[in-house]
Design a protein around this ligand. Sequence first.
Ligand code: MOS
Length: 738
Amino acid sequence: MTTSIGTPLPRVDGHLKVTGQARYAAEFNQQGQAYAVIVGSTAGLGRIEAIDAASVERMPGVVAVISHLNAQRLPYDAYRGAIDPPAGERLHVLQDAEVRFFGQPVAIVVAETLDQAEYAANALKITYAIQPPAVDAHSADKVVPETARRPGSRVHADIERGDATAALQAAPVKVDLEYVIQRENHNPMEPHATVAAWNGDRLTLWSKSQFVVNEQAEIAAVFGIPPENVEVICPFIGGAFGTSLRTWPHVTLAALAARHVNRPVKLVLTRKQMFFTTGHRPYTIQRMAIGATTDGKLTSIIHEGSGETSRYEEFMEALTAVTSFTYSCPNVRTSYRLIPLDTSTPTYMRGPGEASGVHAMECAMDELAYKLNMDPLELRRINEPSKDEGRNVPFSSRSMLKCYDIGAERFGWNRRTPEPRSMRDGRLLIGYGMATASYPCLFAPANARVRLMPDGTAEVEAAASDMGPGTYTSMTQVASDFLGLPVERVKFALGRSNFPATPPHGGSMTMASVGSAVRAACLEAQEKAMAAAARDGSPLSGLQPDHLEWRGGALFVKGRDQAGLSYQEIAASSGAPIFGEGSAARDAETASGYSMHAFGAVFAEVGIDPDVATIRVRRIVGAYGAGKVVNPRLAASQCTGGMIGGIGMAIMERTVLDRRNGRPVNAHLADYLVPVNLDTPQLEAHFVDEEDTLVNPLGVKGLGEIALVGVSPAVANAIYHATGNRVHELPIMIENLL
Ligand code: MOS
């Protein structure tokens, strides 16, 4: 039997995408649909005093102007999804006159056409009683998160082993630094979009979502209706990076508007509105202090992290999580504080927490290496731990040293001359930098089902999403292998809330969780097919399962080549599809007994103009120990995407807020810079052969996040090497280097 896992199968949905047949949320136009446009607050904090709806209602095509003055009162029943902040309460949209942040939806205009709705929305006059919002993280108070005090929280307020403060004081060589990472907004190509249609008390949402079952549950709770009355459909996603994990207010607004005007409503956010209420990577301020002996053994790490949140919810990310186990060190103290500001709630953005925390740690390690007069890679090697010293458990697998070796070799690290400003290409200053990366192997319970059809095909379903990594393709490969059917005969469907429930399509856990569920469903279908085949009248009747075996999608008597029965024959003779259902969950003992992470080493080369300080990333090489690679073509593509996101984080992306009113001043792609083709150099990912039988039945670790983690410090360290200039803030811009 040929295996499909491990082969570079091209995307099974590639043809649909390049021919424009893949349908995205905004393309599900409905009969009689009206268009809704959100009006965002132009005050950063305060109260709505008056809304002049009457003059707008008379405009051509306008169907309704909806605000807190006339919107349906929504019950907002208690509901907290896996992705929602554990403390605080979500924004209740159009339910009162309060304005909590700039851009908060304060009204919706519904009209016959999009143009009419936009025109009227722009004309709507709203007056506010304005207060000055607090949006500067540096002058705001830091608080201990309520979330971190709860048992079982993944993020802790304070942890310490040994005595890090005393050890730092005593250390002969040390660095003590502050890192600032500015707010970033996810800017996927596809904007948030929802088409909402009510049929009596049943609601259908064609809506961009990385987590359709959560959107179903959340909207049901908001409207106080049973979840089975809500169906969420999202077969394709044009990138998301975390912004579509939560169900943001526009989904409620689309459903609310559709009910208000009693017809289907389409609501698409503008690029500008993507900066208001759909999450962002929080602004962070981190102190990172590392002490070492003169020969480079770490003796102390102190990591004090803080990140912004909104005033109404506590968003926490794993900012300080990796600090306790990346290197061997007897004295480690981490702390995490929140900085509540008058902004919307931040959310997960690719590599959430780790990307920011690792940036601080890996830049500080580079500075320490220079103080020690030691190769930065060597400093990492000599502090390689033999177990997770934070939890005092072994790693399920850790190929860090191999990643350093392979990455360094492929990159040509040995060509590096350590002195800053010592490498040139023509007039350009050249810099080489590196960093360590890691991301946990997350896993959450998932379900899937399979139907073996009488025509010899298999239909596999799970509620999952595919925001670009290739879920359609990789799940097809898994099903193909565990059914023993060629990939052409497997049809995998996803993105419907009435499919078997799956966890958020985020945290790099889709392959592990959904993949394991698909595997389980296929194995069950296979068992059922075997039972069906052993029925009376079949050539295999009367034979026990242990006398039979599957080969290439057909059932044979063990050791014999004749009288194989294909799925097709089995299903056809039973006259109905054969069903298999599967679920996957992580064994609690394994989870508590092992530390499970993907690891990587990232190497970057930059070229910097010595006169005008333009920064170009010229090359990135990453080497990863990420468990089994299901599809090398997709995996390479994932890593390329993560590296590009990392380049954005390192030298381009930041959302700047006007301190007077909290307005994102660069809420458009002319001034919010993301890497384009010219910014995207030669990118290379290498995967270490890794057999990890503990993480999950497939042995996969997940790639989505780790591909971004470590890129920004590798680039920042390369910029130092090129220029001799340490910049402790991201993004690093021309003006920082002049
Ligand atoms: Mo990713 S931030 O988990 O969508």
